[in-house]
Design a protein around this ligand. Sequence first.
Ligand code: MSP
Length: 632
Amino acid sequence: MPKSFYITTPIYYVNASPHIGHAYTTIVADVLARYHRMAGVNTFFVTGTDEHGDKIAEAAQKAGVTPQEYADKISAQFRDLCPELSITNDYFIRTTDSNHIETVRHILQKVYDSGDIYFGSYEGHYCVGCERFYMEKELIEGKCPDHQTKPEYRKESNYFFRMSKYQDWLINHIKENPDFIRPERYKNEALAFLRDPLEDLCISRPKSRLQWGITLPFDENYVTYVWFDALINYVTALDYPDGEKFKTFWPAAEHLIAKDILKPHGIYWPTMLKAAGIEPYRHLNVHGYWNSDQSKMSKSLGNVVRPLDLKDKYGLDAFRYFLLRDMVFGLDSNFSEEAFVQRLNSDLANDLGNLVSRTIAMAIKYCDGKVPEINREKKDSALQEAALKAVTEVESSFNDMSLHKALIAIWEFINVTNKYIVENEPWTLGKDPANKEKLTAIMYNLLASLRSIAILLTPFMPQTAEKILRQIGVAKSSALDLANIRKDDALTAGSPLTRGESLFPRINQEKESETSEKKSPVTDLKPEIDYEEFTKVDLRVGKILTAEAVPKSNKLLKLKIDIGEERTIVAGIGKDYTPAELIGKTIVVVANLKPAKLMGVESYGMLLATDTDKGLTFLTFDREAKTGAKIH
Ligand code: MSP
């Protein structure tokens, strides 16, 4: 464990309200902060809002208010979300804070004085959504790959940061510190950016065009470009340059972001730090994207998932659990309410909730409502071994940021504990007073397991952990950490046991969806086939490599698909998907369908899909599947 730990989230733009993507990053940061604090590590956790720039100015104008009024309103939504999600940030930074403005101007002046900022002219394709210029080759069909809008062509004189000067240094730094950017796929992506010569970074906007920014200390007529402003928040929050916090926490800086802002964090920020004479951060931790209904969340698609709606409907800890359990750190994940409810019912209501409620009920019955005294030599070591295994796995999962694996390890332990109940049948032992000692030991072991589970769950589900501890009579003030599990501390005999409310009531999915909708038998079922016949269909995992419209057809798209070999498949999906959104999708292919010609193009294979109210949708996988793998 490090001595200090500094964890940051991106500072979020104030042009739209928070959604589950923002909530996810902040919750992961919270889990990491809680975990380190629990281990006694000196921790500082910062989140906040990014408030300058074209985007905010435009949104404010549309709303008919000043940028500051607009920023105040949305920033408050992000700030208020923190206590709602039990986020334990130590500081909430806003780029409109005066100490931040001062720090940005200080660093700009420093870099300017050292000769790494110069005045020059620039022209190119500028996307307002991304707040950056794009090179011709980066555009897809002339549009921004992220926003699918046509960028404006802009030409202006501006200040530039000599980023190119630090290219070789950065490549070496990444190579010498292989986990500087992690997981590895994002390190490779950063190195891929660095394969081409780095251009210098335009860091200003003339005030004639944009007023809403921090004025350059060396030219009154310009404001700073948003990234040069925003990234500096990470050191402002530590009172750079002279603050004690900066000395303590900067060497332990862990940034947490999603893949969308890898370039500014992996390329701009380290070179800015180098130019300002500041050591690089320790790690850049990059996660994937939450999609909704298999596509990117966007207001226009109407598929934005709002964190507070889910929290209010299902409870905070269930929401935190689902997000942390269902995303493999680094990969994209799809949000669906059905999957959420399924996890809630199986992992939380069945496995954990039942374990707690039946253990407490039995312990109250067989041990007079108190934690029993036992002869510790007679302790059953199987449960303790399972607890130790979980501790080791949780620790290693935190080391490599795979929080879902930590939860899998905790659930293995929960399941071992549930099995222990089934195998030992306390209810049978309870029928004969001669078994009293054995039964007491079993109940003690179960209560000790509940304490270990609560400790392990604390960073992830703090409210649940507290509820469990309360039920087994552990005082709120007790400082607990993984070392308590390792040492197998004794529970305090005589502590009162109390029955709590059900931790996670089951959600009746049918009821949730529509109680009035009675299920009737399917009437258009095809004639039955036997298994032999079914196995004749060769289904494979396919990955869409390219997609283009078939000339003269308004519906057909020609797809190149990797199923272990490259196939051309023509599909009638042009009205449901644009070619750009298909590329990279993993789908199900009928691989042994005889080839056929469609509008003159030979098609070999078929994709599986179904109709929905919103159009056709493909069958995909809820975990990463290997391209070309057989489906059975
Ligand atoms: N203001 C910049 C960041 C400056 S940091 C110095 C910005 N803001 S943002 O509001 O667009 O937030 C982007 C971040 O929000 C992502 O990197 C991620 O942390 C989170 N997410 C936003 N949408 C997301 C998903 N759909 N899925 C997962 N996280 C996402 O970029």
